[in-house]
Design a protein around this ligand. Structure first.
Ligand SMILES: *[C@@H]1O[C@H](CO)[C@@H](O)[C@H](O)[C@H]1NC(C)=O
Ligand SMILES: *[C@@H]1O[C@H](CO)[C@@H](O)[C@H](O)[C@H]1NC(C)=O
Ligand SMILES: *[C@@H]1O[C@H](CO)[C@@H](O)[C@H](O)[C@H]1NC(C)=O
Length: 345
């Protein structure tokens, strides 16, 4: 199974560039800062051998803050905002449906989710192993324009759950609302600071408290930032993009961001459950801790050991009939980032 493993390194980079690159790479939950890791020793994080960060974590104090987590069957409601091709929707649905699939080849998306299932609530109940795609809504004509703010994103969700024809169901307990914006939609802080974020809706805007996430297709705006390593930033000379597993760099890049947000929504849906750091306004959550780590040895600007398929596309896990590249998440049992393609498993 280790056959075909390749290392992906972006080594010929000055330290300063590496630093700014990493800074750009962090996708905080609230997104208003590029430094969600401010309660961690950043010097360690950035300079101190990422292997150390992958392998141990004396300075990470992930804690449970007593809030709810998603222990019942999770239903993901999709809101397709703007222009989406059928083929693009299939890739994203294919990933979501792979989370609970039982028969994917090792290393699989479903075994990636097993790390998320290790988190529990006050009663000891684990995160659900079932993630289903629920009802979907198309917002083809950009109901709130081509430039969204954090607040107008909530208005888009409100429209989707209150529209007269086929509104999305209101499911505050085990529903997640995933707003996906097409490559021509600008979103506040997109590209400059974040590739996606999650939060919950305000009753004053939407009428309900619903956990939601937004992820944008970066293909036309900042693929080198949000769809790395399928695209690379042009300010890093000599760095080459790798081939994406589903032939759509923008959407293949979204998969890992979607995975990141789902893992955090499941373990911290109301931002009062699992996170590290003292300040709940800037929580460092289970996927933030492993940003940019996709395989053994990953960290810094190195993705870690990945795999290559017969077409030369790079991936690290199998779904149903498709392959994906998905970042790892923090494992609370062993206290480091882990994923199904780890070489020591
Ligand atoms: C962070 O860690 C480095 C290396 O271990 C150490 O030199 C530095 O003083 C630490 N910084 C803070 C703010 O604790
Ligand atoms: C949860 O989902 C599984 C698989 O789809 C299903 O078999 C089970 O009945 C569901 N449980 C509840 C409580 O809906
Ligand atoms: C539930 O969480 C506990 C604590 O992390 C873990 O030991 C157990 O294996 C988990 N169960 C499942 C089904 O993931």
């Amino acid at each position: 199974m280790h056959q075909g493993s390749v290392g992906r390194s972006s080594v010929p980079v000055l330290l300063g560039l590496t630093l700014s690159f990493l800074l750009l790479f962090i996708t905080p939950v609230l997104g208003s800062t590029i430094w969600p890791h401010h309660n961690i020793n950043n010097t360690d994080l950035v300079f101190g051998a990422s292997k150390k960060f992958e392998g141990s974590s004396d300075f990470v104090h992930l804690r449970y803050h007593m809030g709810p987590v998603l222990t019942s069957n999770i239903t993901v409601h999709l809101i397709w905002y703007g222009a989406w091709q059928k083929s693009q929707k299939k890739i994203i649905r294919g990933f979501l449906n792979s989370i609970s699939a039982v028969d994917s080849k090792h290393p699989s998306v479903s075994s990636w989710w097993k790390t998320v299932q290790l988190y529990t609530d006050q009663t000891g109940a684990n995160i659900s192993r079932h993630v289903n795609v629920g009802d979907e809504k198309n917002d083809r004509f950009y109901s709130h324009g081509k430039s969204l703010t954090r607040l107008s994103i909530q208005s888009v969700i409100k429209s989707a759950v209150t529209t007269r024809t086929h509104p999305l169901p209101i499911n505050p307990k085990s529903g997640l609302y995933l707003l996906l914006t097409s490559d021509d939609v600008h979103v506040e802080n997109f590209c400059g600071q974040v590739c996606g974020f999650h939060y919950f809706t305000f009753p004053s805007i939407v009428g309900y408290t619903l956990p939601y996430a937004w992820v944008g297709n970066s293909a036309k705006q900042c693929p080198g930032f949000c769809a790395y390593p399928f695209a690379v930033p042009n300010y890093i000379p000599g760095l080459k993009p790798v081939k994406s597993p589903n032939n759509d760099a923008g959407v293949d890049g979204m998969i890992s961001v979607i995975a990141h947000e789902l893992a955090e929504l499941a373990t911290n849906p109301l931002v009062n459950a699992w996170y590290a750091g003292q300040d709940p306004s800037f929580p460092t959550e289970i996927a933030d801790l492993c940003e940019g780590i996709y395989g053994t040895g990953g960290g810094g600007s190195y993705t870690g050991q990945l795999m290559e398929d017969h077409d030369g596309a790079t991936y690290n896990m199998n779904g149903m009939r498709r392959r994906f590249l998905v970042q790892w998440v923090w494992n609370p049992v062993v206290n480091y980032c882990s994923g199904p393609n780890a070489l020591d498993q």
